[in-house]
Design a protein around this ligand. Sequence first.
Ligand code: ZN
Length: 335
Amino acid sequence: MKKYIFILLTTFLIILILLYFYDRRETVLNKKYLIKDSIYIEYPYFHNNTIDSYITSYLKEYKENSFEKLFIDYDYLEENDKIKLTMYIHSLKNNIIKNKKKSFQIDLINSTIFINKNDFNENIYNNINYKDKQSSDKKIVALTFDDGPNFNTNKVLSILEKYNVKATFFILGCNIKGHEQTIKRMHNLNMEIGNHMYSHNLLSKLNDQEITKEIDMVDKLLYNITNKLPILIRPSYGSINNKRKKIINRPIIIWNNDSLDWKYHNSKKIYNRVIKNIQDGDIILMHDIYRATANSLELIIPELIKKNYQIVTVSELLYYKNIKVLPNKIYNSGK
Ligand code: ZN
């Protein structure tokens, strides 16, 4: 009798162990959760910290930014410790199903992820849902800062933080090293971070491959710090023509209100120049690398607030002005 009980218990135990592993195998490969009624996100789970945290943050961003009904599924191909993961995002808007996909190359050994650039498309730019929609009686402007970061950028960030103002920073790739913490702070303060290419060369002096390479380098450096790819591009010196425009597969942001801070180095003069012609929808050009620029903000921001302006990021400005944001297109202002 004892023998039978023993056999029965052992069999039961083996079944339990098998069930545990079978179940575990399922969860390793496939996680699923409900985010809103009938919207599921089904996603792979690799037990690899870099990859799992990337996927989690990617999905979180989607969840937060999306106001459409969406369903995300995935496919993946595994070969020689490399995984090609493709996310398929199906969204339903006005009863029309729009599909887009984003693919990643994941190197399991080195835990590095490369995002396929061809998957950038207009939906990424236009699916942003801003929480605090501005009231219609306010005029809006965007402050933009080029060529940083350097030691002065933190001063600029502190002033923006003090007034609870969001701005857009176009980061110069060759200045990133040594200022990673500043970029992290920028990101945590919800500033918009754009790509100002790597070496501040005139586009006319670079060939097509060099332009793509410069943009890619900055993308990767910023991605490693913020876990996010910059969407907007500002070419060095704001110089762009139709031929070069076709190479830059992103929205290209120039300006219409030039503070000339690089020339003046005088906060009062910078302030006068910006405020003199200020208009609703302006994109203002400044440089976060100069002390006089930071000082001028202490004059400019209170004056703009007094004049009933709301200060927003470039993406917010275009969104509030109902301007469709498209790759390869140049934007000078929100007008
Ligand atoms: Zn510049």
